[in-house]
Design a binder for this molecule. Structure first.
Ligand code: ATP
Ligand code: MG
Length: 563
């Protein structure tokens, strides 16, 4: 897709970059994506990745992957590995530019000393609690710390001893000396370092002081020669501080630009909330196909291309809005429609016996692999006397507008014959368990020489040649468009949809699906797009329904056009 495509939304970040290149503030583009390895990446991160890495690619620039690992309490190697896998899957290659904020701890320490020497930072003995209390509010200025005017020598000495482990956790901090009455609370002598004895996943016990996000982020950008630091909107209020540190340190100064976070209805995204779903067992792991983590979307059958198209089409703006999840599904259908091979599968089988079809005969009928792309060719599917159709496709007493099979009625079996229902067999309880039909041999392939046209075409498989499979059907994980819309005292957990997963164990798929591998995707005719789950084995194939065929978004769009 080209940026000049008139269907693409405007991108204000590109306008700023164009201006920076024109005025010579920078002569190239270098971006980064800085995840904190405290969970798995989700679709919101995909937006940030596509913006940072996508823009760098467009300007023939470079992009870095940087793990923002400054909080050793919540960070783990498992998360680092999963993030790398997910970003590669999206199709981005950061080559050898994989960095860790923790690799900069030594330089950051030197930077802190530089600020102390300039009289711009001081060691403060207030507790975290006292710092919070003296910070003031939006309407009230903060109070100066009694330790604010320590001499440079004393500060240098105390800071060195903080590093050497002389003081207990939380007893002292290093703070920037800015302005306790600044309108922006982030500028009221923010903390740069805290004392914390916690083993770091990469640094081990080397450090007992850790820099804060604010003191780490901009300097890391600077060290890596980033030109444009593109992040989500909650960092807007931190930008003055980002700029202040870089100016006071007199080092390379990237430009931070903020964009709106992605929100989707029926979805929660923050990592710490996703952790709750995983750890409390509401879902089966980070890659549960109902989760909008990248690993969940992958397992569900999403293509990386559809996610990138989605991120491109929702556009880049400053104002927050909630995107309809139907639009994500629409981007996926659009992609799969073009490339997914069609197969037939029956999820809730109803046996059909063709009375006038020879007992042992098996015919090979020809089926089109993808009507959207005839170059994908055709395949053979077996037809025989005993078949399965979908239970839903038969009604003993058909209501109005139900055109599928019913007693005495004729329908077309896709790529096969017209069949007519002549008898219905029921069990003791009155459930329909078997249908007897006759077929018309002259309709082979699906057309009648006399031109008659049944009103319905059904999918089917043979009972003798099909493969038994498990199929997992998914619905939204939350019942409400806004999962946070809850009664007092409850949280999003109370909006979990108890019917979000349905497992069908008695499904049949056509024999051409014999050698499928986890991750393979296709369309089951009339049922939706499916992919092979990671739990799948040769003995028991497992398919996830990625998305049904009905396109809710296309309907919404049509309704909008008619408004
Ligand atoms: P979360 O708690 O959901 O993981 P986060 O912002 O704490 O969010 P980080 O790992 O710190 O997660 O994020 C890395 C980058 O991803 C940040 O620059 C952030 O701006 C961006 N990001 C995170 N969530 C979203 C979102 N929903 N939409 C757009 N960008 C996001
Ligand atoms: Mg974070």
């Amino acid at each position: 897709m080209s940026r000049n495509d008139i269907n693409l939304p405007p991108n204000f970040i590109k306008d700023i970059i164009d201006e920076d290149l024109k005025t010579g503030r920078y002569d190239h583009v270098h971006t980064r994506f800085p995840p904190e390895p405290n969970g798995y990446l989700h679709i919101g991160h995909a937006k940030a990745i596509c913006i940072n890495f996508g823009i760098a690619e467009e300007y023939n620039g470079l992009y870095n992957l940087r793990f923002d690992d400054t909080n050793p309490i919540k960070e783990e190697q498992e998360y680092i590995d999963s993030m790398k896998e997910d970003i590669r899957w999206l199709g981005f290659d950061w080559e050898d530019r994989e960095y860790y904020a923790s690799d900069y701890f030594e330089i950051l320490y030197e930077y802190a000393i530089k600020l102390i020497k300039k009289g711009k930072a001081y060691v403060c003995d207030l507790s975290a609690e006292e710092i919070r209390e003296t910070r003031g509010t939006l309407t009230k200025p903060g109070k100066k710390s009694p330790y604010r005017d320590r001499s440079v020598e004393e500060n240098l000495d105390l800071f060195r001893r903080m590093r050497e482990g002389e003081f207990p956790d939380g007893s002292r901090t290093l703070r920037a000396k800015i302005d306790m009455s600044a309108g922006n609370i982030n500028m009221r002598d923010p903390v740069m370092y805290r004392i914390l004895r916690e083993t770091h996943p990469r640094m081990g016990d080397k450090w007992c002081i850790y820099p804060t996000y604010d003191f780490t982020h901009g300097q890391s950008d600077s060290i890596e020669g980033i030109t444009h630091s593109l992040c989500s909107i909650e960092f807007e209020d931190h930008r003055p501080l980002y700029n202040w540190f870089l100016e006071e340190l007199e080092i390379h100064h990237p430009r931070q630009i903020e964009f709106a976070r992605l929100y989707l209805n029926y979805t929660i995204l923050r990592k710490r909330r996703l952790i709750k779903l995983v750890e409390s067992g509401y879902v089966n792991g980070w890659d549960d196909p109902r989760m909008l983590t990248l690993s969940g979307l992958r397992r569900r059958g999403y293509t990386p291309e559809s996610i990138r198209t989605f991120c491109e089409k929702i556009g880049v703006a400053k104002s927050e809005s909630v995107v309809d999840i139907a639009f994500l599904e629409h981007c996926l259908r659009d992609d799969l429609n073009k490339r997914a091979q069609r197969y037939m599968a029956v999820l809730r089988p109803l046996k059909v016996i063709i009375d006038n079809y020879p007992e042992d005969k098996i015919e090979e009928l020809e089926a089109i692999n993808n009507p959207e792309d005839l170059s994908m060719g055709t395949r053979k599917i077996p037809f025989s006397k005993v078949l399965y159709i979908e239970q839903d496709d038969f009604r003993e007493e058909p209501p109005k507008k139900f055109y599928r099979l019913a007693p005495g009625r004729e329908v077309r079996l896709r790529y096969a014959y017209f069949i007519k229902c002549v008898d219905v067999v029921k069990d003791d309880k009155g459930n329909v368990v078997e249908l007897h039909c006759t077929y018309d041999p002259k309709t082979r392939g699906g057309d009648a020489p006399d031109g008659r046209k049944p009103k319905a075409t059904l999918h089917w498989v043979t009972s003798s040649h099909s493969i038994k499979a498990e199929v997992r059907l998914y619905d939204r994980l939350f019942k409400k468009a806004n999962p946070d819309d809850v009664e007092e005292g409850e949280d999003f957990i109370s909006n979990i949809n108890p019917k979000s997963l349905e497992i069908l164990n008695e499904c049949f798929v056509e024999p051409n699906l014999k050698n499928v591998k986890p991750g393979d995707r296709f369309q089951f005719e009339r049922l939706g797009y499916f992919c092979v789950d990671t739990n799948s084995t040769d003995l028991k194939p497992v398919f996830n329904r990625t998305v049904a065929l009905k396109d809710a978004w296309a309907k919404i769009e049509k309704a909008q056009k008619n408004m």
